[in-house]
Design a protein. Sequence first.
Length: 194
Amino acid sequence: MLTGYKSLKYNYSMTHFSPILDEYLEELLLWNKSFNLIGKSTEKEIWKTHIENSLEILSFLENEDCPNVVDIGSGAGLPSIPLSIFLPKKIFYLTEVNSKKLAFLTFVIKKLNLNNTIVVNINEGFYLEDECIVVSRAFSDIKTIINWEKKHLKSVFKNYLLKGREEKIKEEIKEAKIEKYEIINLNRGRLVIF
Ligand SMILES: C[S@@+](CC[C@H](N)C(=O)[O-])C[C@H]1O[C@@H](n2cnc3c(N)ncnc32)[C@H](O)[C@@H]1O
């Protein structure tokens, strides 16, 4: 039985939401047996590695007025699915190119009744006219993310990127010529905001 939500430090009423997260994790682990959605070695620590890490953006997003959130390279729905459960008023666009991941995302958002999420198959073309916040975890370097945004998004309000080593982040920031940014240490990795 998954009891990871008990370790969540956020001050939310978990009574209503935790069964949805548990259901998500159950489906993720089940599909991972044949679809390789997340690294097998991360399954044991799935809550710490994937859910807690995704939810570290939560307190930032809830203070933003912009309602649209685009997740670049959502994979199995990280960070967007955990975030969308706690931010029902925001609309999450889960973008992917991989057919297995797209199949899982489409299945799981329906199963979980996550009406504030939209799965986007990038192979079919995508351009968002509305202003949006970008979130992304382990997708690519910052320059590639910015190029992706130029192609698919009209107006980016702010970026919240979940990343790893500070040294590497600073290299990427320099390469992408970003002048104003913030790097925040998280329990796992770092959050880059610009
Ligand atoms: C390393 S995974 C990270 C997945 C997830 N964000 C996570 O943290 O577990 C990167 C994902 O980006 C997807 N991807 C690759 N090119 C993409 C593109 N042009 N647009 C959207 N997603 C893409 C891949 O299929 C893959 O699932």
